[in-house]
Design a protein. Structure first.
Length: 472
């Protein structure tokens, strides 16, 4: 184990040598990975085969390397907006292609196991950065009836390979902590059961042991940020069905790490984890792990919130209360599907002491004033460059009117929201699911503005990246 730890540390420290530079955020597309697949096709350690076509006609590839008797199959991004492991797979390809590094290790792996990868099982969903495929089917609920071509491809490939180990690679939402704690789940694991009784047979035992080994390695890098996904049986899901065949399945979900929304750190952990898993399977060291330790990995709990403002004074009529306000940011895809903007929402209000914010503000002594729309209206977006946001905030305003009916802009790049003509301007309300737009004052004086859930101080310093909305 000590040796394994040193080896994992080496991979972690050397990761930058192998990181695929062409993939640098989460919204990369099929054409980006196609170029990389064509690139490795000429390298003789890889076998690249077309496994089939997506509904919209994108070729889905199976990339294999090694010639050992133990078979491992890794598939990623069956949910189009869960690309972290896909990027890590291309990092792993770079690792295996790189000359004069880890030569002995790679030789050992390729002689002992055969590795099969299907990156981006759902390229049509990835194109528009959505979970489901283009038929609006969740592929992970299509394992039984297989109405989507991508489902058939994954299933047929799995049946052809008959792997000893399968890695089902996903991203999970940012809302989870590792058990009841204040630590976001960075990586969660699951050894899926194959029946409602959650029977533990030999192949599931092996999944559990491997997970125990991987989580203890991971614990050196991100102590306490590791969880179990759940322990439910989902008859329509792939992992659960593949587990029926006697393959040891490991579900791995990349979650949240501080403000790393693009999950590039988690991608690095995926790189280390998968290589360590291959090592363990090749050496069969997972067999020495204590299966009971699987039970003590905490489950995901829904206790993370993007931004929590604590102890703020809210006035209703002549009454006042002190409450916490929890704000979550939803990512809205831009029309080009290459980028996104944020739309914030009040997720919860009241005593939020059990929750942890990725960001927090202690608003003790501050009074909330719902954001108003300014009296003055403007004729164009260009004129908005002349608006002094601090002046707006001093007047408890978070919104500005523009006298135009439509715009090409999809969000407001300003630290205020833009209200288009003819839009009924109702003032912002402080309630669950409403837009978080308000001013915080201390003894009457402006202290902070919260616009679309993002915090600005009196020097207009935006505490964390963000944007305003166009209200139309
Ligand atoms: Zn998923």
């Amino acid at each position: 184990m000590v040796q394994d730890m040193q080896f994992a540390r080496g991979l972690y420290d050397n990761y930058e040598l192998y990181r695929e530079q062409c993939l640098y955020n989460r919204r990369f597309k099929y054409k980006n990975i196609l170029r990389l697949i064509f690139g490795i096709r000429n390298k003789n350690i890889f076998t690249v085969k077309k496994a089939g076509e997506s509904f919209e006609g994108r070729d889905i590839y199976l990339i294999s390397l090694g010639h050992g008797p133990k078979k491992i199959f890794c598939w990623s991004q069956m949910h189009g907006d869960e690309p972290t492991a896909t990027a890590a797979i291309f990092d792993i390809f770079n690792f295996f292609s790189a000359e004069n590094s880890y030569t002995e290790f790679k030789e050992f792996i390729l002689n002992t196991v055969t590795l099969h990868f299907m990156p981006m099982v759902n390229p049509d969903g990835a194109e528009v950065f959505q979970r489901r495929n283009i038929l609006e089917i969740d592929l992970n609920r299509d394992a039984l009836v297989r109405q989507s071509p991508e489902s058939k491809i994954l299933n047929d490939t799995f049946e052809n390979i008959k792997p000893d180990f399968g890695f089902n690679l996903h991203d999970q939402e940012r809302i989870y902590t590792a058990g009841i704690s204040n630590r976001s789940t960075a990586i969660s694991f699951h050894a899926p059961p194959f029946d409602y009784e959650r029977t533990i047979n030999e192949s599931r035992t092996n999944s559990m042991k491997l997970i125990v080994q991987l989580s203890s390695l991971l614990n050196e890098f991100i102590p306490g940020h590791i969880a179990k996904y759940d322990d439910d049986y989902e008859p329509r899901a792939y992992g659960d069905n593949f587990a029926k065949t006697g393959t040891s399945i490991v579900l791995m979900e990349s979650g949240a790490w501080t403000e790393d929304r693009e999950r590039q750190f988690l991608r690095k952990l995926n790189f280390v984890l998968l290589l360590m898993a291959f090592k363990s399977i090749a050496e069969e060291t997972y067999q020495f792990e204590n299966q009971d330790a699987y039970k003590s990995i905490p489950f995901n709990k829904e206790l993370m919130i993007d931004f929590i403002i604590r102890n703020v004074k809210i006035i209703k009529g002549d009454k006042k209360i002190i409450a916490d306000i929890g704000i979550n940011y939803e990512e809205i895809n831009l029309k080009n599907n290459k980028d996104f903007f944020f739309k914030a929402m009040i997720k919860d209000l009241g005593d939020l002491s059990v929750f942890t914010g990725f960001r927090e503000l202690d608003a003790d002594g501050l009074t909330l004033h719902p954001g108003k729309t300014s009296e003055q209206s403007f004729h164009s977006f260009e004129e908005l460059n002349n608006v002094n946001p601090i002046e707006l905030f001093e007047n408890n305003c978070t919104n500005v009117k523009v006298d135009i009916e439509t715009t090409e802009f999809e969000y407001s790049p300003y630290p205020f929201n833009v209200v288009l003509k003819n839009h009924a301007v109702n003032s912002n309300q402080i309630k669950v699911e409403a837009l978080p737009n308000f001013i915080l004052r201390k003894e009457g004086k402006f202290k902070y503005a919260v616009v679309n859930g993002f915090l600005y101080d009196a020097n207009l310093i935006q505490l964390g990246g963000g944007n305003g909305l166009i209200i139309k």
